[in-house]
Design a protein. Sequence first.
Length: 397
Amino acid sequence: MSNDSTYRPATRLLHAGIERTPFGETSEAMFLTSGFVYDNAEQAEATFTGDVVHYQYSRFGNPTVAALESRLADLEGAEACIATSTGMGAVSSALLSHVKAGDRVVASRALFGSCHWIVANLLPRYGVETEFVDGHDLDAWAAALSRPTAAVLLESPSNPMLDILDIGAISDLAHKAGALVVVDNVFATPLYQKPLELGADVVVYSCTKHIDGQGRVLGGAVLGRRDWITETLQPFTRNTGNALSPFNAWVMLKGLETLPLRVRAMTENAAAVADHLAAAEGVTRVFYPGRADHPQYELARRQMSDASTLVAFEVAGGKEGAFAFMNALRLIAISNNLGDARSMVTHPATTTHMKIGPEERARLGISDGAIRFSVGLEDIADLKDDLDRGLAALRSR
């Protein structure tokens, strides 16, 4: 496909980045190779000096991985992309490649558990000062960013309670402090929110989620300006080994072909699930950006084109109530994954956010009765029936 930006996302997800071999295959070729050979020693030397463009080693680059990176960059509207072995590999590489001892990192409190651990525990070990702020409080951001800052990390919608943060306003404050703004866009997907257009510098994804979206492989991606990708991120990933498997890249290329269909259907189901839960006895709160009762509903409407495939809700009875509800489900699986074609629930307080501790969970609104629901592609009537089964068990305690 020519680089014609007039094509719409669904079309570009089928055709962007395809480079066929002389065999003329219809599906992208899978290059399951660790290394590459040279015509002669002079070509090998010129490749390593950068005078010749030639694949060297699949830790550095691979044609199948490059096809995925090209398609993701096209979808995101980014100048460049580097694919990584996992989503957390994307987050850690984006931060560690950019900061050094003596720098500051400011982050929203509402982060995935492993992201929170990197900011709270890993970065300080290397002499990086870190600070958490309430993501909704622009005054708190302004205070934290009144000093020089190297990087800002945030999620919107956040994991697990789907908080919506003002990416544009935070980016403006961060740039005045000299910070690189890194946004984890997993819950919005690249279809529903464009952080780069809102002012962010870098977008990270766990491609394990919606991009594969069928529970098969792990992977991540970092997207941003070409100069930052090539001069800052690429030397780090190349030399630390955070490389994506060509097989996983090929699977994700196939996943991208159906991404709009899957995400649209999952979002329709999620909206119906949120309404169903909001009307149910035993459910005390529902958080869904597409509902008018979401605390940041108007902000979500301004910076997102649609809501999410995720719903967060709270049931009565704390941990015991949540467990009774989840254990009664027969169709919806208990799993800490998300963005999958199959519906899944998890209890953040005892899984994904266990290690941040009860005090921090309380600050984030993650109660012992909170449940995160990743809504899949099942028939909505069957999902409602299964939820009702869980709710009946909750009420009969």
